[in-house]
Design a protein around this ligand. Structure first.
Ligand code: SF4
Length: 72
């Protein structure tokens, strides 16, 4: 599963980070990012095993509708 964030739609409210800090974090620019395997903040990454449901829930709860999860 792949998760990505459309930065242009992100409101920076931090809902995703509050719900799943293992996968989401706000960057210094005030927009949300996903964490890759190295813990770096990126716009797109593979969802670690066990966090799939959390990623889907974050996408459903994102006020900006900017979190996208893909099966690939
Ligand atoms: S929940 Fe959505 S809009 Fe809010 S900070 Fe996260 S990605 Fe941005």
């Amino acid at each position: 599963m792949i998760v990505s964030i459309d930065q242009q739609l992100c409101t920076g409210d931090g809902v995703c980070e509050q719900g799943c800090p293992q996968l989401f974090a706000l960057g210094d620019d005030g927009y949300a990012y996903v964490k890759n395997a190295e813990g770096e903040l990126v716009e797109r990454t593979t969802v670690p095993a066990g966090l799939e449901l959390a990623a889907i829930q974050a996408a459903e709860e994102c006020p900006g509708e900017c979190i996208v999860v893909d099966a690939a």
